[in-house]
Design a protein around this ligand. Structure first.
Ligand code: XMP
Length: 328
């Protein structure tokens, strides 16, 4: 019989056994999974853990602040933030293929964690706790394992950044306390651990971030457009009281597509934004959410008025399967 208390006890014991007295780092993405995984490890080994938040420039508006302020306040973990925007943009330059993007982002994450771990060792040199950081915590869930081809008899649908996207020469040993859990179970564990609702109740957001929500090459200008459109969609969905009803609503920029429009008295030749609201239990299957027309109209008006270079908003009405939730 499933119960979040049993899961916590069992995982805390396992983590202690796996890690011993070694030092551990945990990557925080701003999402629910990495937050709960790190909180579990913190409960198990306390300050042997250092959390690392990578600002890779593929984040949504305000995400960095939520991690640096809300998460640290509620857990008391040690946090290091790494500014890695240019590193990720350089690595992604010229790349449009979704799987290639995912692998590059997964690799750059690990390289960043390795550098952060090395810096920690240098910093700690001289005191007793000094020593190599051998372990990396990841918030991998059961569906991530299955869809990256790790489950039995399944094809590789997508290389989730934390499963199929890892570089082969990585030296960390992984600690993955959520590997057998589904999202609703992770939320229950997070609540039991005392994490605030703004974190456990948050809608899922993929580790590769906005990098896999730009169809085409990822550039700083395109990220700015998408971030602005995403912020508007989230504001309006929240204002309409729809956060409970939807599982998540990816906002996607079709950077390789242009269409003709008219704004003011001039012709435009801009990009479409796709809204992808879905309802789901566990992200393995999903249906598109029937959002009220008024809300859709508001989002569409605001995006086309406020976001430069976007002259069309379209709605994705595909279930999963056959579509996946994310476009890449
Ligand atoms: P798909 O697009 O496969 O997404 O239907 C299923 C769920 O997983 C999220 N997702 C990811 N989460 N790393 C993550 O942490 C990833 O690489 C990744 N790719 C997709 C997606 O947002 C949805 O909730």
């Amino acid at each position: 019989d499933w119960n979040s208390n049993n899961v916590i006890e069992e995982q805390v014991a396992r983590i202690r056994e796996q890690v011993g007295s070694a030092r551990v780092i945990a990557g925080l993405s701003g999402g629910v999974d990495s937050a709960v995984a790190a909180a579990l490890v913190h409960k198990a080994v306390g300050d042997q853990l250092t959390c690392v938040f990578v600002d890779h420039g593929l984040l949504r508006a305000d995400e960095r602040k939520q991690v640096e302020e809300d998460y640290v306040a509620s857990t008391g973990v040690r946090l290091v933030t790494v500014d890695a925007e240019q590193q990720f943009l350089d690595a992604l330059a010229g790349v449009s293929d979704p799987e290639q993007k995912r692998k590059i982002i997964g690799r750059e994450f690990i390289r960043t964690f390795e550098a952060a771990a090395e810096a920690l060792v240098l910093e700690a040199r001289g005191d007793d706790e000094a020593g190599e950081v051998k372990f990396l915590v990841q918030g991998t869930l059961y569906p991530d394992v299955v869809e990256s081809g790790g489950g039995s008899g399944t094809a590789n649908i997508k290389s989730h950044h934390n499963v199929g996207g890892l570089p082969e020469d990585m030296t960390f040993e992984l600690v993955e306390p959520l590997r057998t859990l589904f999202k609703d179970e992770v939320r229950a564990v997070g609540r039991e651990l005392g994490l605030p609702e703004v974190i456990v109740g948050r809608q899922p957001f993929p580790g590769p971030g906005l990098g896999i929500r730009i169809v085409g090459e990822v550039t700083a200008e395109r990220l700015d457009l998408l971030r602005a459109a995403d912020k508007i969609a989230r504001e309006e969905l929240t204002a309409a009281g729809l956060d409970e009803e939807i599982w998540q609503c990816p906002v996607v920029l079709l950077a390789d597509v242009r269409s003709v429009g008219v704004q003011g008295d001039g012709r435009t030749y801009g990009h479409p934004i796709v809204l992808r609201p879905v309802s789901s239990e566990d992200a393995m299957t999903a249906d598109w959410t029937r959002l009220p027309y008024d809300t859709l109209a508001k989002i569409s008006n605001r995006i086309t008025n406020e976001v430069p270079d976007v002259n069309r908003v379209v709605l994705d009405v595909t279930s999963k399967p056959p579509g996946t939730i994310e476009w890449e």
